[in-house]
Write a protein that binds this ligand. Structure first.
Ligand code: ADP
Length: 732
């Protein structure tokens, strides 16, 4: 039965979908911002449109209202004027007396009422009996006789007769000269004398003049006022030459017997898109406001960008400072701490608050909690120097603290009282205005490094000891070979002597005691020789006090010679010691004197000599095998020691890896010799190198050792350290 089940597609598909629509965190924010901007723009557009629309409608309704008011006012004025004239005419109807008297009164009335063009008296049969004309032009019925245009007046008079009240006629057109004409309306007043009908008084009004006299100057200026017929035909007009036909209003003027349709037509046309200055101003201001909002938004955006960049930079800086294992500390000009990073706090074991606290008391000089009390006075003095007042007087042994690359070593104290060495690199803190406000220091805890150095030194020592033992081990076969000879000799001398003593003939020989003594003496010699061999090995392995001592280079050679000779003798190699030729003075004859750890340098010499002997074995003809040990004072402070062979030399490939540990070309070699040699020589401050031998063949290994100072005192290998620095070493 198969246990394999296909994977359900669900989760994979879901995951795929999620991957297919990755929504970056910034997207919703951007969408929201776009929506906000859209809303703002829409709001502005709606507000502007509303503003324009409302202003337009307001303008329109205002113009319409004006037209309405003008029409209403004109209608009432016309009516009022007409009624006033009706009263005057009624007064005229009562004038009796001489026939000329009524006519004179009518002419007077015609002079004052300009719209009244003619007054006529008619008999009850409606024939005109008397008429008075306006003194002003144009005069009516000059072109066409009154009889031809009398029908409307007569109809009105008939109506007046029936109602016994003044009655208006329909308006009618009276042609004048030059094709002109006037629309006229007649008023017929029935006259009664002693209760009986006595005829009619008819007044003719020009509608145009009626309009002119009834309408206020303001209305005339802004509107065309006209009397119109039902179909819109204009009968008479006054006011601006033409109305625009947009805002019109009509009113009916009801008169006894007739009605007049009055129409006001405003001269104002449709308002333009921006109807007035206020709207233009509001529009302009809101566009400017929008522009301002845009600018502000841009500014805010830039600010936000700058802020986020700053925040990022700060976060980056904080992460950097927090991740540093180097302590950072800023101090003001007083030396009080103004900033520390976590590494510094961890190093000294104090919190930032504990480090800042002492700086609040400005009366006392600032003493950080990590200054060891025993050095506090000294540190205060150094701080004073660093303040720059006494740098000149500081003396030669005070390094300029303002060189940040150099750094200086000192001792700090942890909260638990543990002293530890630190390296301080300090640079001035300069603010935005270029003022020097303090110092920023990088503080490196050296205690771990010191521990590692100590460990490596101990390991180095152990390695040296092991290597020495290994060398001895390698020499064990040589040693056994070398010890074999004296032991074999002793054994043969001993058996010879025993044989002599056992031989009865010899027992009588008087020479025998002398012979046995001779054999014993040889045996003693051989035993001594064997002892010397063992002692030289013992000395080599056991002697180990790391002490630098001053000694002649010759002593070094002498120490390694017994062991070197063991091997040299085996291969038939000659060993030559080459020291400077004896000079004139007593000291010139001496070999150069060196200052070194004798045991270590002997080890180096032995290694080099062994390598040289091995190189010549099997390569150089036995007669030419020479190993030269040379010492020369090549410099007042340095002595050069050389080990020269006549071997095959060193090829470039071998030379490239010569000092690499465990590199060897020998089947039973360990490959440690040269690397150890170089370490030892460098620990002495010298150098180890190699080249072809002086005769152009073989190899020369050279190393330098510090020369002993004249007069026996040692010349120091390292420059002496300052008191402050060595203090810190002591602590570490
Ligand atoms: P080891 O002697 O155990 O091989 P060393 O570090 O002393 O280790 O030497 C490394 C190698 O350097 C040797 O195997 C040899 O090839 C080469 N070498 C050292 N001294 C000489 C010399 N005097 N002449 C030629 N080759 C040398």
């Amino acid at each position: 039965m198969s246990t394999a089940t296909p994977l359900p597609p669900g989760p994979a598909a879901t995951q795929g979908d999620a991957l297919a629509t990755p929504l970056p965190a910034a997207a919703p924010r951007r969408l929201r911002r776009a929506l906000l901007w859209g809303a703002l723009v829409a709001l502005l557009v709606v507000a502007q449109t509303l503003l324009v629309a409302l202003t337009l409608s307001y303008e329109e309704s205002r113009a319409q209202e004006e037209a309405d008011a003008a029409a209403a006012e004109a209608a009432s004025e016309v009516r009022r004027n007409l009624l006033a004239v009706v009263q005057n005419l009624q007064a005229l109807a009562w004038v009796e007396g001489a026939p000329g008297e009524a006519r004179a009164a009518a002419e007077a009335l015609l002079r004052t009422q300009r719209e009244l063009k003619r007054v006529e008296w008619r008999a009850p049969s409606l024939t005109v009996t008397e008429a008075a004309q306006t003194p002003y032009l144009p005069r009516l019925f000059n072109t066409l006789p009154r009889a031809e245009l009398s029908i409307d007046a007569e109809l009105a008079c008939n109506a007046a007769r029936r109602s016994s009240a003044p009655t208006f006629s329909r308006s009618y057109f009276v042609p004048l000269q030059d094709g002109q004409g006037l629309e006229v309306i007649d008023l017929c007043l029935p006259l009664q004398r002693a209760g009986r009908e006595a005829g009619f008084l008819v007044g003719s009004f020009a509608l145009a003049d009626l309009l002119e006299s009834s309408i206020t100057a303001r209305n005339l200026r802004r509107h065309e006022i006209s009397f119109v017929e039902g179909d819109g035909t204009r009968l008479a007009r006054a006011g601006v030459p033409r109305g625009a036909g947009v805002y019109t209003a009509e009113r009916v003027v009801d008169l006894p017997g007739a009605t007049l349709q009055l129409r006001a037509d405003s001269s104002a046309g449709r308002p333009s898109l921006i109807p007035n200055l206020a709207t233009a101003l509001v529009l302009g201001l809101s566009i400017a406001l929008f522009g301002l909002v845009l600018l502000l938004a841009r500014d805010v955006r830039r600010r936000a960008f700058a802020e986020s960049a700053l925040a990022e930079a700060l976060a980056f800086r904080k992460a950097m400072e927090d991740s540093l294992s180097t302590g950072l500390r800023a101090r003001d000009l007083r030396g009080a701490i103004t900033y520390v990073n976590p590494a510094f706090c961890a190093m000294v074991g104090c919190s930032a608050e504990e480090l800042f606290a002492p700086s609040r008391d400005r009366s006392a000089p600032y003493t950080p909690p990590y200054w060891p009390p025993e050095f506090a006075a000294e540190y205060h003095r150094r701080q004073q120097l660093r303040l720059g007042h006494e740098v000149a007087a500081a003396g030669a042994n005070v390094a300029d603290p303002r060189d940040p690359r150099e750094g200086w070593e000192t001792v700090f104290m942890r909260k638990n009282g543990e002293r530890f060495p630190v390296m301080i690199y300090e640079a001035p803190l300069v603010d935005g205005q270029g003022r020097h406000t303090g110092w920023m220091s990088a503080v490196v805890d050296l205690s771990a490094q010191r521990r590692v150095e100590e460990l490596s030194r101990q390991q180095q020592d152990r390695l040296q000891a092991t290597a020495r033992l290994a060398t001895v081990g390698e020499m064990a076969s040589l040693l056994s070979h070398e010890l074999n000879q004296p032991l074999a000799a002793i054994a043969s001398y001993a058996s010879g002597s025993l044989n002599l003593m056992a031989d009865p003939q010899m027992q009588a020989d008087p020479e025998m005691p002398a012979m046995i003594r001779g054999a014993l003496e040889r045996m003693a010699e051989q035993a001594e020789r064997a002892g010397r061999v063992i002692k030289s090995v013992h000395d080599f392995v056991r002697r180990r006090e790391q002490l630098h001592e001053t000694l002649a280079a010759e002593r070094l050679f002498e120490a390694v010679l017994p062991l070197a000779r063991l091997q040299a003798r085996k291969s038939g190699t000659r060993i030559e010691i080459d020291l400077p030729p004896a000079g004139e003075g007593p000291s010139a004859a001496k070999s150069p004197r060196v200052r070194c750890d004798r045991t270590m340098v002997e080890q180096v010499l032995l290694n080099l000599a062994r390598n040289a002997l091995q190189a010549m074995e099997g390569h150089t003809p036995a007669a030419e095998r020479v190993l030269t040990l040379r010492a020369r004072q090549t410099h007042p402070r340095w002595v050069t020691v050389s080990v020269i062979d006549r071997g095959p030399g060193i090829s470039a490939e071998v030379a490239a890896r010569l000092f690499t540990p465990f590199f060897t070309t020998k089947p039973e070699g360990m490959g440690l010799g040269l690397s150890l040699c170089r370490t030892v020589i460098e620990q002495h401050g010298g150098a180890l190198d190699h080249g072809p031998g002086p005769e152009g063949r073989g190899t020369e290994f050279r190393f330098t050792l510090p020369a002993a100072a004249p007069g026996g005192a040692a010349a120091p290998a390292h420059p002496p350290e300052t008191g402050e620095t060595s203090g810190s070493h002591a602590t570490a």
